[in-house]
Design a protein around this ligand. Sequence first.
Ligand SMILES: CC(C)(COP(=O)(O)OP(=O)(O)OC[C@H]1O[C@@H](n2cnc3c(N)ncnc32)[C@H](O)[C@@H]1OP(=O)(O)O)[C@@H](O)C(=O)NCCC(=O)NCCS
Length: 157
Amino acid sequence: MTPDHGKNAKFATVHIATTPEERELCLSVRYEVFVDEQKVPIDEELDAYDDVAVHFLARLGSDSQAVGTARLIVLPNGHGKVGRVAVRRDFRRCGVGATIMAALENSARESGLSLLILDAQLHAIAFYQKLGYRVYGPVFLDAGIEHRAMDKTLEPN
Ligand SMILES: CC(C)(COP(=O)(O)OP(=O)(O)OC[C@H]1O[C@@H](n2cnc3c(N)ncnc32)[C@H](O)[C@@H]1OP(=O)(O)O)[C@@H](O)C(=O)NCCC(=O)NCCS
């Protein structure tokens, strides 16, 4: 990561992926981060929730390159499930992940969701805690990676 990335990351823009091209960019970030980097099998990385989830795309720089993503699933109980939060390696630790989560939470509030839940990889727990998420429950394996459950109550806008 260069210092320039850090400066520019403050101007990362995040929006909901609406076109097939934007959704492909979200999936390409996930492929790079989860499949290539973390060795998650592709058939576990992609699932049926991708068809119903809201996908968020973070872009950065003068060329608007895709640098991060996340997805939000509205559960039948009215809670939101956050998942597939990913920032390309060279753009980490300069605010992109937090910007994605802020956009996702705003969208969740607008949809009337009052609680967000997620399964955090152990290394990412501190990232979510900084954003107000609470960790609970035991460590469990998903795709061979250790996780713990977290949640956050959303205050209405
Ligand atoms: C987890 C991830 C999304 C964080 O994205 P990011 O863009 O690096 O995060 P940010 O730069 O917005 O960080 C926001 C805050 O969390 C902190 N933070 C980020 N990653 C952290 C980590 N691994 N450990 C501790 N703190 C962390 C930052 O220092 C920053 O703190 P600050 O506000 O005090 O400066 C990114 O590391 C990633 O994509 N990892 C690989 C994929 C992954 O494991 N995703 C999570 C699946 S549950």
